[in-house]
Design a protein around this ligand. Structure first.
Ligand code: GLY
Length: 369
């Protein structure tokens, strides 16, 4: 088992990564649970696959589990479902020192974490992420949120879990498209500050996506360790360090907005193409070599993720995509910080990027043949 400490001041915790850890959730959670019952929040898809396993695991250590099973999908990260979760937690007489279990992907983790942060002014929670994206990114670091009509993740809180259990076996029951979308966030850690890990991705990405367990465990542990270092250095994203985790997200978010935050483009797919665009824009600005930018595009494309704008068959121009960025929650007094690259593994935060330049660049990318 890989155990990655997340050294947040005042709220340290561990991420435990191992094949089969979900079936042993009871014994891992037992020390965190003071009662003989626990509250579990999940969605219908995850419940169909894992409810019985988790229930039996909790029962094996004398814990009865009470379940709230929500609809699967991004639309569950809403005010209405937040209210449903809160009412249910209060009906169940949740107490501040309890640890609610979030069993599922990013939607369940973000919604449960946010509910935990506000119910009774804050109680504890444990993340058991079941998607690659949640295992390598959203379950670690304490960002929680819901979506509102103004956009995604605009209402939320920083609220750290007490424990994270990541089981690579959970990925075996997911559609390949979902695993691939999560893999974009794995590649991100190489591009941010670790060229050797990007090389590992080039050599092992296809194997990982084909189901190789050792490659999956290595990638999850490496990614979580990278994320843990970053969030320990800058928990609330105020020191320009955690912002590095947003590589590819500003372009990606604009693409998600243009495609209606729909199945047309999954978040991880938007991030994948966003990282390619960040690399190509960096090359256009003379910051990194065109050769390095195309190396990024080649790896993203080789593993089957979108690597160029025409692949999305959009019906818009660069200005329209750039305008989506004006609603980005990272806007700061009229400027939008961008994550750009000086090379593979050399991402930095640029604060002087001109959105007109971005729009012109996106027009060129839309016309790419
Ligand atoms: N997913 C970006 C972050 O946790 O900061």
């Amino acid at each position: 088992m890989a155990v990655i400490p997340v050294a947040i001041a005042g709220a340290p915790y561990e991420v435990r990564i191992e094949a089969g850890v979900l079936a042993r959730a009871g014994e891992h959670c037992r020390p965190f649970i003071r009662k003989n019952h626990v509250l579990v929040i999940t969605d219908h898809n995850v419940a169909a696959k894992w409810r019985q396993t988790a229930t039996e695991s909790f029962a094996s250590v004398g814990i009865r589990s009470e379940w709230l099973v929500l609809p699967a999908g991004e639309s569950t990260k809403s005010w209405d479902h937040l209210a449903q979760v809160i009412d249910w937690l209060l009906d169940q007489e949740v107490e501040r020192k309890d640890k609610i279990i979030a069993l599922g992907g990013g939607v369940i983790g973000d919604l449960t974490g946010f509910a935990a942060s506000i119910v009774k002014r804050g109680c504890g929670f444990i993340q058991i992420p079941t998607t690659l994206l949640a295992q390598v990114d959203s379950s670690v670091g304490g960002k929680t949120a819901i979506n509102t009509r103004a956009g995604k993740n605009l209402v939320g809180a920083f609220h750290q879990p007490a424990l994270v259990l990541a089981d690579p076996l959970a990925l075996n029951t997911l559609p390949l498209r979902d695993v691939r979308a999560g893999y974009a966030e794995v590649v991100k850690y190489g591009l941010i500050d670790n060229a050797a890990f990007f090389e590992w991705c080039e050599a092992n990405g296809a194997k990982l996506l084909a189901g190789d367990q050792a490659a999956r465990e290595y990638a999850i542990a490496h990614s979580v360790a990278a994320k843990a270092r970053i969030v320990a250095a800058d928990e609330k994203e105020t020191a320009g360090v955690r912002a590095l985790l947003n590589l590819g997200h500003t372009f990606g978010h604009a693409l998600e907005a243009e495609t209606g935050f729909s199945e047309r483009l999954l978040h991880g797919e938007g991030v994948a193409l966003g990282m390619v665009l960040a690399a190509r824009f960096s090359a256009r600005q003379g910051l990194m070599t065109g050769q390095d930018a195309e190396r990024v595009a080649a790896h993203i494309g080789t593993v089957g993720l979108p690597a160029s704008l025409p692949a999305l068959a959009l019906n818009c121009d660069g200005r329209r995509l750039a305008d989506h960025m004006l609603h980005d929650k990272k806007m700061d007094a009229g400027t939008l910080p961008f994550l750009l690259m000086r090379g593979i593994g050399q991402t930095f935060l640029a604060t002087d990027t001109d959105l007109n330049e971005i729009a012109a660049f996106l027009d060129e990318e839309l016309a790419r043949t």
